[in-house]
Design a protein around this ligand. Structure first.
Ligand code: F6R
Length: 252
């Protein structure tokens, strides 16, 4: 079943309330976070609501899904920069509890191992928030990635490089590699929430729905997760049959 909201704003509203409720119940919540266009309205609304409700975020730990190899934390297109702009610098997080892969690290292999290990050490992810790429990637786990993967360095697919070069003024600056949490790290989260919005996500969501669980459609692995929620706006759900769509009007 897909949970369908009218538009990205109502999804942002719903998710912000959901995360605040979870943090109020468990102040040391461990959150897995994503970047990208889909998450921008979510973080903007979350920031507003946290201010309005005076939520204490000082014990929350976050792990981001991915980062481009070769971009420093101060590069405007790095995911580290994105997170500080949209979330981390706007709210009272404890900066020591915010984890992202380092795209400029000298020993990428060691960093990858430590990243997955650190997630385990804090007791695992309580909730992992995910977007989806037009080729079905989650994090930067591109089609063909093993479902047993841990945090690793990935060569970005042509499709992803074309999609994401929209963020780069100079297209040649679009990185060819990234560090991503692995599929197994994501699947070990106690709960996962995948969000897709906009008509440009309709095709991948129809592919997701039709696809068996297989590595050529990375997001399909979520069908095996005991607590996976897929949230779409009407545009992203436009190619799905009505019987698999549950309207969430009342939840906005
Ligand atoms: C980003 C990430 C990616 C994006 C996906 C969709 O941290 O992990 O999987 O969620 O590429 O990106 P947008 O939201 O820009 O369409």
């Amino acid at each position: 079943m897909f949970l369908i909201f009218p538009d990205p704003q109502s999804i942002a509203n719903y998710l912000s309330s959901l995360f605040i409720e979870k943090i109020q119940k468990k102040p040391n919540l461990v959150l897995g976070l994503a970047t990208g266009s889909t998450m921008e309205p979510v973080y903007a609304r979350f920031v507003q609501k946290v201010h309005a409700c005076a939520v204490d975020l000082s014990k929350v730990t976050t792990f981001n899904l991915d980062e481009y190899v070769g971009l420093s934390a101060t590069h405007p297109q790095s995911y580290n920069y994105y997170m500080h702009q949209h979330l981390f610098d706007l709210l009272g997080f404890d900066q020591q509890r915010l984890f992202l892969p380092d795209g400029k690290c000298n020993d990428l292999q060691e960093q990858c191992e430590q990243y997955s290990q650190r997630i385990k050490e804090v007791g695992g992810l309580d909730v992992q928030l995910l977007g989806v790429g037009s080729n079905g990637h989650i994090g930067f786990n591109e089609p063909g990635t093993s479902f047993n993967s841990r945090t690793h360095v990935v060569g970005l697919s042509e499709r992803t490089r074309i999609d994401n070069s929209r963020f780069f003024d100079d297209k040649n600056e679009m990185p060819t590699q990234a560090i991503t949490m692995g599929i197994l790290d994501i699947m070990e989260a106690k709960e996962v929430i995948l969000v897709a919005t906009g008509a440009h996500k309709a095709e991948v969501m129809a592919n997701y729905w039709r696809s068996p669980v297989c590595e050529s459609m990375p997001a399909s692995v979520l069908k095996q997760h005991p607590k996976a929620l897929v949230i779409l706006d009407e545009a992203a759900a436009s190619l799905l049959p009505a019987e698999v769509c549950q309207p969430a009007m009342a939840m906005t």
